[in-house]
Structure formats: C-alpha cells, structure tokens
Design a protein around this ligand. Sequence first.
Ligand code: ATP
Ligand code: MG
Length: 341
Amino acid sequence: KELVFSGVQPTGNLHLGNYLGAITKFVTLQETHDCIYCVVDMHAITVWQDPAELTRNTREVTAAFIAAGIDPKKNIVFNQSQVTGHAELAWVFNCVARMGWLNRMTQFKEKAGKDRENASVGLYVYPNLMAADILVYRATHVPVGEDQKQHLELARDIAQKFNNDYGDSIRGRGFGDVFFPLPEPIIQGPATRVMSLRDGSKKMSKSEPSDYSRINLTDDADAIAQKIRKAKTDPEPLPSELKGLESRPEADNLVGIFAALDHKTKADVLRDYGGAQFSNFKSALVDLAVTKLGPIGGEMKKLVQDPAHIDAILADGSERAAKIADENMKAVKDIVGFVRR
Ligand code: ATP
Ligand code: MG
C-alpha cells in the first residue's frame, strides 16, 4: 500500500521554495494517498536553535501546513520529537549506513562549510535520521524539493542494506523478503528547485542571511512586490521558447515560479510572455504571487495566535503517528535481535 511521508524543518522563514517544492505537493497528495506530514524539530537542532524560537517555528510550520490546505484530520500532522521511533530507528541506521556513504552528502558539505571540525555530529548523520523518519512508517513516497534527492537515494540504500543484512531474520519472522520498502522521491513540476532572488546559482533557503533572497510565506503584499521588483535579472526580454532559458538562471527561476504558482508549464508561460520585458513580467508575477500567497500568510498569522490549538493538533497527530511507528519498531527490534518487553 502506498504511504506518503515528508517533513519540513522548523528553522524559521518558511519561503516560496518550501511552498512550491514541498508544501503544495503535500496538499495535492492528500486527495489520493494516506499522508504523514512532520515538523522535523530534531533535524532543526543539527544547527543551533534558540529554544523559544524553535518552539515558535514549530508552531509556525504547522500553521503553514494548515493554511496551505492540509487537513490534519484526514492526514497525520505532528512534530518529530513526540514520536520516539524516529530516534530509535535512526540509531539502528547509524549502524547500517557506512561512513563512505555519508561522506558523499553535499548538504553536509554546504552546511558545515569550511569549519567542518566544528559541525555537530548530528548534522553529519542527518540523512540517517531522515531515512528513519520515512522508514519508521514504512512509507513508500516522499514529496521533496530537488535538493533532497541525494538524501532519498541514501534512504533507499539504507533500506536495501537493512533488508539484506537482516534478510534471514526478516524471512524467519514472516515479513516476506523485505521489511522496508525502497522509498521513492516525488520531485516534479516547474519549481522543484526555487533559486535565490539575488543569486541564480544558489537555492532559496531559510538560513540565507539576506531576506531579499527569498519570499517568505508571511511576507505582506508590499514586501512581495519589492522583492520581486528587486530580483536579479539579465537585460534581455523573455524568450519565447524553453531553449532560450538555458544559461539564463535568473529568468528560468522567475518563469518557473510563475508557472508553478499558476499551475502551468514553463512553456505555457513563455507562450504568454515571450518577448516581454522583465518589468512587465515582474508586475504580472507580483500580482500572481500576492493573490496566491497573501491568503496563506494571513491565515498563518491568525493560526499562530492560538498556540494551544496548534499544540493540540500536534499532540493528536503524534499519538496517531506513534501507533504506526511503535508497531514497526517492535518488528525492527525483533529483526535486529533486541530483547524487548
Ligand atoms: P534550511 O536552510 O534550514 O535547510 P530549507 O529552506 O532547505 O531550510 P527544509 O526544511 O530543509 O527547508 O526543507 C523542507 C522542504 O522544502 C524539503 O522538501 C526541501 O527539498 C524543500 N525545499 C527547500 N528549499 C527549496 C527550494 N529552494 N526549492 C524547492 N524546494 C525546496
Ligand atoms: Mg534544507
């Protein structure tokens, strides 16, 4: 049976990239699938988080899920640290994954920067925890942005190695030949990697210091307009064909954002705006972005006014998530040979 899992870190400044690369996909998938959507607070502390901010950001991501249209009754919406199975399975996976596999992870290299000796051990094993997040539910499909593709491949390698290493034990317990499915990424559409508005070679990111690099989900109409107008572009008008976007990363990015917000392809957008100057295209993009994002930001701000309501949603979701995770963890413990109550 297909099961969807995905997560967003409560690291502040939820942005258009998170929305188009991940959250809109979550909303669509709830129509066809059982879905588990997690605020991954344990991932967040792989880099320092002020405790009060972490709490606030956890509620804000939850509010974003709900404001975007995710139904917390139909789906499971919760925060990671309330379900112990994530940490337990991550430990097993720390012992399944190989150092060599983790050494290849580009996100660690980017986030650790030059001072790698000073990066947290948690940041290094982040991909193992992410594999555990998915596999503790034996989830099969994971909607993510392009930047998470490599981590998904690692999760598949971990699942496969676990299935192989413990194959006899798995079969001996009547689970068939494999215990964990190999989870498939869902990375599709025109905005799987939204780039910074200031630099077409860097992804839009929560942790980027310049606020002008991203459109935050809580930005008001004025802020959205200013940021889009100031977005870096080249002097040429828009091309009429997709080919014309090659080697024009900033143009490609804005066209992709337009397409995703308007549920079109980039080719559709170029059919309408090919030959237009950026000033005109940007005005249309401002209108579209304000129309689509304005209500979500407004709803988020309303929802965070009532933290008790949000915490109740997370508590309910955590209970339902734990039922599935606990059951799977019993099986994992038996497979590994841990004595348990
Ligand atoms: P951080 O800088 O703290 O890692 P982030 O912006 O990368 O923050 P995450 O919480 O790590 O956000 O990612 C949440 C989801 O958003 C993931 O599925 C990720 O792939 C997706 N995502 C993040 N940035 C982008 C982007 N620029 N374009 C498309 N998807 C993105
Ligand atoms: Mg990230």
